[in-house]
Ligand binder design. Structure first.
Ligand code: NAG
Ligand code: NAG
Ligand code: NAG
Ligand code: NAG
Length: 523
């Protein structure tokens, strides 16, 4: 009995002690939070928010003062009148436009963190797709931040994501943009240290910019990204992630995702066997980016052999295994000519030096001009290399059958042979694709396995390398005026990005010489 009461007393005393310690901790924690909150609170939140919008229609974007975000209310401004206006936060096709405005509240929260800087509210288009993420998302965002002289304390607010597949997304570090945080509304978007959910205690910014003014280098955007923003973007990425020891630091970081560096480990270098490394050619690096799911180049090995025989060094790349933005930049930094099947990888060339060359290996019956736009704006030479002969065509049965199945088409075996044969299958498209959408064959041709005309391509690469001293001496605009900056089908891109008013190169209208013919690869 005596023992039990002693134990009970002992337990009670200990429990009390622990409670007191916890209570003290709580008080200290509370006080420290209060202090840090008070540091951020300022008198400026007594003024009502203001709004000012620029541009019209799809190109409208808005500036606000005193713009707050919290978990309960989302994003809002404070004013007795509804001064909030819709702005387009997307930079893509018109049907993807997304107009958004903040809520309006009549009173400021009693307590808020105040950040005396700008919040950039933006939208992303298909972020799992590297080139859409880059050219319809990050570069427009970068461009508006430069236009507003954003500081390293600016914050970001992701308003909208079109074609959202966060599970497929490699966690991408975008800290080269700013040291501030990126507020996202869904927890599955918090992929790196930079993303945070809206806080419980409201956070108010001195200023916010919503939208970009519909700016991108593609035909469907009303405004443009200045060429110098591409160059600053490249420099910022290199100084933040690669140069001055940054790359070593980045590599040592504990990754969340092994795909970030997978492309580095899978890269193979094929160097010519030459005794004298002073030979100019050995300093030329040709990047060959292979693809393994679709658009595979069946004879990439022949191409590599032929390039190495020319005494070029070949960097054989594979991004299908995964590649982060810093790793992409690192791999592309020293490449003089990048060769890859039409697709995502063509966009990686923005990390190559200005006036270097990008060659798209297109299917015999499918080619598109998307990348002529981004490269005429960013100042890379871009060529569609399409093979005119049946030698480059490969019948990709598996892909064709998958596509036909998705389109609900049952084709006889003999028709299928003809469909995948050496002639463009007009007859069979008419026969099987009833209705308006006849794009099934195009979708097949875009993704089908292909061969490359090695002889013609190597000849073209040699011409490009031999032209370098001339190219080095000219401005990108001069090259375009000579018909030497893109080809063969790039006149629309040249018009928007180089010659028409509002172009990427200073915006002033330049005369177009109707006689100029854009260089065709392999002629
Ligand atoms: C916010 O920063 C600007 C300079 O960027 C300064 O002039 C202003 O006084 C600051 N406002 C507050 C409330 O700290
Ligand atoms: C950014 O800075 C430039 C150069 O100092 C200036 O001309 C421009 O007006 C600034 N832009 C904004 C939106 O403050
Ligand atoms: C490549 O280098 C070797 C060794 O220096 C030389 O003999 C050969 O002619 C070079 N080939 C070409 C195509 O320049
Ligand atoms: C490049 O320009 C310099 C002077 O600006 C000139 O001396 C040289 O000949 C030019 N080189 C070529 C290959 O055009």
């Amino acid at each position: 009995m005596i023992n039990l009461t002693t134990i009970a007393k002992f337990v009670i005393r200990k429990t009390l002690l622990i409670l007191i310690i916890f209570w003290l901790f709580g008080v200290i924690l509370f006080l420290s939070l209060e202090v840090s909150d008070r540091e951020h609170l300022t008198i400026s939140l007594t003024e009502e928010s203001t709004s000012k919008c620029r541009g019209e229609g799809r190109a409208v974007f808005c500036e606000y003062t005193n713009f707050c975000v919290d978990r309960k209310n989302g994003a809002y401004i404070v004013n007795r009148k509804d001064i909030s206006k819709l702005a387009n936060v997307m930079n893509a096709d018109q049907n993807i436009d997304f107009f958004w405005k903040p809520k309006v509240k009549s009173r400021y929260p009693a307590k808020a963190q105040y950040i005396n800087d700008t919040l950039f509210a933006y939208g992303l288009y298909s972020p799992v797709h590297f080139s859409h993420w880059m050219f319809n998302g990050l570069l427009p965002l970068y461009s508006i931040m430069r236009s507003y002289n954003a500081t390293r304390n600016a914050w970001l607010l992701r308003i909208h994501t079109y074609r959202h597949q966060p599970i497929r997304m490699i966690p991408q570090d975008i800290s080269f943009l700013t040291d501030g945080k990126e507020i996202v509304f869904d927890s599955f978007d918090t992929l790196t240290e930079m993303q945070v959910l809206p806080p419980k205690v409201p956070i108010c910014f001195a200023k916010a910019v919503v939208g970009f003014g519909n700016r991108c280098s593609l035909n469907y955007c009303e405004n443009n990204i200045p060429a110098e923003h591409y160059e600053q973007f490249r420099k910022d990425v290199f100084s933040h992630f690669i140069h001055n020891g940054q790359w070593e630091l980045y590599k040592q970081k504990k990754y969340k995702d092994q795909r970030e560096l997978a492309c580095i480990d899978s890269t193979k270098i094929y160097a010519p066997i030459v005794s004298n490394d002073k030979i100019y050619h050995t300093k030329v690096i040709i990047g060959v980016l292979q693809r393994y799911h679709t658009r595979h180049i069946l004879n990439a090995d022949e191409l590599i052999d032929a390039l190495v025989k020319q005494n070029y060094t070949v960097k054989f790349l594979n991004f299908d295994v995964g590649c982060s933005l810093p790793a992409t930049a690192k791999l592309l930094e020293d490449i003089d000519v990048l060769i890859t099947p039409h697709g995502n990888g063509l966009g990686d060339a923005i990390f190559m030096m200005p006036k270097t060359t990008v060659i798209s290996i297109d299917n015999r019956f499918y080619s598109e001009a998307w990348f002529t736009y981004v490269h005429t704006a960013s100042g890379r030479r871009f060529y569609n290399f399409q093979c005119d002969s049946g030698d480059c065509q490969v019948a990709d049965f598996e892909l064709a059958q998958k596509g036909l199945q998705e389109d609900g088409i049952r084709m006889s075996y003999h028709d299928l042979l003809e469909y995948l044969g050496p002639k463009y299958p007009y007859r069979l498209i008419e026969k099987y694709y009833v209705g308006d959408d006849k794009s099934g064959y195009d979708r097949y041709a875009k993704d089908a396995v292909r061969r490359v005309d090695v002889e013609k391509l190597v000849k073209f690469v040699k011409e490009i390398i031999e032209e370098w001293p001339m190219v080095k001496n000219k401005s990108f605009i001069e090259l375009c005026e000579m018909g030497k900056c893109c080809g063969p089908w790039c006149s629309d891109a040249l018009k928007k990005n180089v010659f028409a008013k509002g172009n990427a190169w200073g915006g002033v209208e330049r005369p177009i010489d109707a006689e100029t013919v854009n260089w065709k690869a392999g002629n």
